[in-house]
Design a protein around this ligand. Structure first.
Ligand code: ZN
Length: 65
């Protein structure tokens, strides 16, 4: 079973607003505990499902150094 990596809770994780593609950076702990992301650029509300959280964490782990 995949889980959210604890070592990323204090890391800056980046993702994009699905509505406007605005780049967003949040702490892993914020992503873990939040249910909704409200975009500062377009005000769209995105539900932070567990699947989406895993995708954000996974993208961070796979990024090129
Ligand atoms: Zn947006």
């Amino acid at each position: 079973m995949m889980t959210l990596a604890r070592e990323l809770f204090d890391a800056d994780l980046s993702f994009h607003c699905p509505a406007c593609e605005n780049a967003v950076v949040r702490k892993g702990s914020w992503i873990k505990s939040s249910k909704v992301f409200i975009c500062e650029a377009c005000s769209a509300q995105t539900r932070l499902t567990y699947r989406l959280k895993l995708a954000i964490f996974d993208a961070h782990l796979r990024r090129q150094p």
